[in-house]
Design a protein around this ligand. Structure first.
Ligand SMILES: *Cc1c(COP(=O)(O)O)cnc(C)c1O
Length: 216
């Protein structure tokens, strides 16, 4: 099977400390099952409804990563099972995650998304906003834990540009870590740019098309 081969190949070149999240958005559960049978346990989706539908029918030891934009009114649907929310970009969202996690007596791990790309379309926080969001107020939310940062580089062929953006994210991560020792995860790198991301210090890559093939 191509999916198995793709995973094997990616893992082969991956440093041990880097986690592979298989991004399975738009793909049928049969494809996820093939990846699961090959040993993959971390899966990423960008729509809450789709993730919930898949979670219902797939093995329970899968770790589900929400990598897309999160609408506050939908947090409740994934609060019972989501493993890591990558794209957190506001205090209001963190507070909602905290509230919903409490209903299930869970602590939900989150990453703050930093805006590192040139494009206007990418969302996220700047360094100043990251510092302020990691305030006492957030640290005191009992049911959320911010464990790192996430970012997406500009969609471009310019490798130097991509490297520069990942390097900015890594430097910010290292800076914040001095104050906040809970920050251990740096989620950066996709199919097109994960080798650069790893060179620049990524600990978690989110790879879709290089595993499952292109999306429509
Ligand atoms: C779709 C997506 C990915 C994976 O993209 P590929 O190019 O298919 O590897 C990674 N991160 C986010 C946030 C995504 O939305």
């Amino acid at each position: 099977m191509a999916i198995q081969e793709n995973i094997k190949q990616i893992l082969n070149d991956l440093p041990q400390e880097v986690t592979l999240v298989a991004v399975s958005k738009t793909k049928p559960v049969e494809d996820l099952q093939v990846a699961y049978d090959a040993g993959q346990r971390d899966f990423g989706e960008n729509k809450i409804q789709e993730m919930c539908d898949k979670q219902l029918v797939l093995p329970k030891d899968i770790q589900w990563h929400m990598i897309g934009n999160v609408q506050r009114n939908k947090v409740k649907y994934m609060a019972e099972f989501v493993y890591l929310i990558h794209g957190v970009d506001s205090l209001r969202l963190l507070k909602e995650i905290d509230k919903q996690a409490a209903r299930f007596d869970r602590v939900i791990n989150c990453l703050l998304q930093m805006d590192i790309a040139q494009e206007e379309t990418k969302t996220g926080l700047d360094a100043e906003e990251l510092t302020s969001i990691l305030s006492d107020e957030v640290l005191q939310l009992p049911n959320v834990k911010v464990i790192g940062l996430m970012g997406m580089a500009t969609f471009t062929d310019d490798q130097q540009q991509i490297r520069k953006e990942f390097s900015t994210l890594k430097n910010t991560f290292d800076d914040l870590k001095k104050q906040h020792t809970d920050l251990t995860v740096l989620s950066m790198g996709m199919s097109g740019d994960y080798p650069i991301a790893i060179e620049e210090g990524s600990t978690m890559i989110r790879v879709g098309s290089a595993i499952f093939g292109g999306r429509n």
